[in-house]
Write a protein that binds this ligand. Sequence first.
Ligand SMILES: [Zn+2]
Length: 171
Amino acid sequence: MDSSGAVAPSSIAKKSSLCRQFMSRPPKLLPRSRRDALTRSEVMSRIRSRDTAPERWIGKELRSLGAHYRRHVASLPGTPDFANKSRRWALFVHGCFWHSHKGCHLASTPKSNLAYWRPKLERNLDRDYQNLQALKRLGFRVQVIWECEIKSRTLRERLKRFLPRTYLKIA
Ligand SMILES: [Zn+2]
């Protein structure tokens, strides 16, 4: 923006793409000053979008382990990020902030607007629990991968243990 208050076209384009990125949370709750103070990963954890970088990474790992899956399976409780209905497994990739990862540095409750955030995060937690139970009642094995675990050395081993053995003939 120049001194007259006019906005150059290129900066409008930049702004609108930024707005799209932040669409998932109400802008007034996270003023610009606060947003600037956030680390990139904090910002990412606040965005609930499909096909996030952690999900892409998990997808690659699953494929390399020979797993077949569908993405965002809306016909199952909680719309698992990855699932195979005939093999009865479902996997969620949870953002640590949105799903209140216990003891995780990415999951700290915002200090302002507690009246807004607390019930919202508690609802998420409750919904996650209900979905997990519903899937288990359907006979599904369920795995939750946290955003902060992505690329950790132990994660591939965990995925290996979780997936049906038949996938792992080649791996
Ligand atoms: Zn975490």
